[in-house]
Design a protein around this ligand. Structure first.
Ligand code: NAD
Ligand code: IPM
Ligand code: MN
Length: 341
């Protein structure tokens, strides 16, 4: 039996995870579930670390992790988020961040022109290096002469493997997004690895856009995109933009994967949403669609398809939370999903 580790986290994390756990329970997918509900901001404040070695070994013993969201305004942000989220991604070498975006209903599009609305693509984001590498520091800190440096680390190995992953998920095209016209060293490396990767995958069309133009074209020609591959920070930004075109981060799922080990961290694209936490109105769909990615990854295709269909059905029927224009609470949406399973 596959086992999954669940980290509800902070803010709306536990609210949306609760919905996912009820849905998993109703589906009876034959998973054993280990909930780490002590991994949160309070523990980080108390102990300086939210995820212990013991937690990491419990996680290693499972097949995948489902994480709600972490982050709280009263806790030192960079240290805490790096301690949990980036630590999980990096220590399990989850280099491929797969973020599918699909407009599930016309009504969810923020775009006025119906012809521009068609969106069914995936952002493939490099997840272990780039600007997130944590290398750098502050010189002459807290003085008017302060200089802050964060190294943008890109390796041949890291870039080649994310490009190969992007090609492996493409249906028709892979579009590389970078800033090689301005960023010299990394730009050169990505471009060279890109040429080699395209040669390894001759059956797939390729396209290249600079990040600024890509952001524009996502809005003006969303239907042209299939797979977009980008560095850690560019992929982060584009995935929120693409999510907004599909109805918002309340419906955006994400999987951080290592295709070689098969291990994965499944996390909605959204964060802990402190502005709505505790109000009972968080949209649980991103977490549900993320749960569908997780169980599909573990081979439970029928149950994953049932979750996707239940979410699509709720959206079509207008049984949605305020972020999607509805008036239902998280609980009411959960009930609607459970009823339609
Ligand atoms: P956020 O995604 O938490 O919120 C951005 C906006 O989207 C807010 O207005 C919020 O109310 C709304 N929103 C997000 N999820 C929603 C949902 N499910 N339903 C309805 N509305 C939703 O981003 P932020 O405000 O930039 O960050 C808040 C905290 O979350 C920070 O500490 C940040 O570091 C952290 N964060 C964590 C993760 C993660 O754990 N995977 C991801 C992103 C941000
Ligand atoms: C995401 C989040 C994280 C990231 C933050 C919280 C570090 O924005 O998963 O998209 O940038 O990777
Ligand atoms: Mn993000």
């Amino acid at each position: 039996m596959d086992s999954i580790t669940v980290i509800p986290g902070d803010g709306i994390g536990p609210e949306v995870v609760e919905c996912a756990l009820e849905v998993l329970d109703a589906l009876d997918a034959g998973l054993s579930i280990d909930v780490l509900d002590h991994v949160h901001a309070d523990r980080y404040r108390r102990e300086g670390q939210a995820l212990s070695e013991a937690d990491l070994s419990r996680i290693s013993a499972s097949s995948a992790v489902l994480l709600g969201a972490v982050g709280r305004p009263d806790v030192e942000e960079t240290g805490y988020v790096r301690d949990v989220l980036l630590r999980l991604r990096i220590s399990f070498d989850l280099y491929a961040n797969y973020r599918p975006v699909r407009l599930m209903h016309d009504r969810l599009s923020p775009l006025r022109d119906p012809a521009r609305r068609m969106l069914d693509c995936a952002i493939v984001r490099e997840n272990t290096e780039g600007l997130y590498s944590g290398i750098g520091g502050n010189l002459r800190a807290s003085s008017p002469q302060e200089v802050a440096i964060d190294a943008d680390v890109n390796t041949w190995h890291g870039v080649s493997r994310i490009l190969d992953f992007a090609f492996s998920t493409a249906r028709r095209e892979v579009c590389l997004v970078d800033k090689a016209n301005a960023v010299r060293a990394g730009g050169r490396l990505w471009q060279e690895c890109w040429r080699h990767a395209a040669e390894r995958h001759p059956g797939t069309a390729t396209r290249h856009l600079y990040i600024d133009a890509a952001a524009m074209k996502l809005v003006t020609e969303p239907d042209r995109f299939d797979v977009i591959v980008a560095s850690n920070s560019y992929g982060d930004i584009l995935s929120d933009l693409a999510a907004a075109l599909a109805g918002g981060i309340g419906v955006a799922p994400s999987a951080s994967l290592n295709p070689q080990t098969g291990f994965g961290l499944f996390e909605p694209v959204h964060g802990s949403a402190p502005d709505i936490a505790g109000k009972g109105v968080a949209n649980p769909f991103a977490c549900l669609l993320t749960t569908a990615l997780l169980i599909r990854h573990l081979g439970h295709e029928a149950e994953a398809a049932a979750i996707d269909a239940a979410v699509a059905g709720s959206i079509a029927a207008g049984r949605v939370t305020p972020d999607l224009g509805g008036s239902l609470s998280t609980r009411q949406v959960t009930q609607a999903v459970l009823a339609s399973l």
